[in-house]
Design a protein around this ligand. Structure first.
Ligand SMILES: [Cu+2]
Length: 183
């Protein structure tokens, strides 16, 4: 029995998923990034948390009826530096996930994504029918004209995380930003 060789192969096996540009590598990285991002949230006083180089505009969340446990939050994000949206949270929901919607054949489906890269200076739209933030396990219905706190988490290429605190109005439709429709 060659103990050191089996250790070496175990080490290779452990490293392999992280090296491969695979589905698993992507999710391993996301897991650890999320782990450290959450750790940072607990350890760092909120006032010291790095504010993300991102601005959000026209944010809104869709109202829900009694008994409805999920809803979507939407906004337009513009990054000043290359970062990816990697997570979200709100005290009003058990989880806030990043989702995308895509046509699969004739059926529109949504699935969770680990992160969403934001191009520098070009607005990224999160809206119905596309990327969105899915609020899951709502603790109370979202009523029109409520305003809900939502924290977005971002990560840059070096793994540095930052966040953006938003207050999102609950609206039946995307907010009218004015000027665009009326002469
Ligand atoms: Cu969704």
């Amino acid at each position: 029995m060659n103990f050191s060789r089996s250790l070496a192969s175990a080490a290779t096996a452990l490293r392999a998923p992280l090296r491969a540009p695979s589905f698993f590598a992507h999710h391993f990285a996301t897991f650890f990034a999320t782990f450290f991002a959450l750790g940072a949230l607990f350890l760092a006083p909120a006032a010291h948390a790095q504010t993300a180089p991102v601005t959000a505009a026209a944010a809104w969340a869709r109202p829900t009826v009694q008994g409805q446990l999920a809803s979507g939050a939407f906004m337009r994000l513009t990054a000043r530096e290359p970062v990816a949206l990697v997570g979200a949270e709100t005290p009003l929901a058990a989880r806030a996930e990043l989702h995308e919607m895509k046509m699969e054949g004739d059926v529109m489906r949504m699935r969770e994504i680990a992160s969403l890269d934001l191009p520098v200076g070009r607005p990224m739209m999160l809206g119905p029918g596309g990327y969105h933030i899915m609020l899951q396990g709502l603790k109370a219905p979202l009523k029109p004209d409520m305003r809900i706190p939502l924290t977005l988490m971002f990560r840059d290429a070096s793994g540095h995380t930052s966040k953006l605190e938003l207050t999102v109005p609950v609206l039946a439709h995307a907010p009218d930003e004015g000027g665009a429709k009326k002469p």
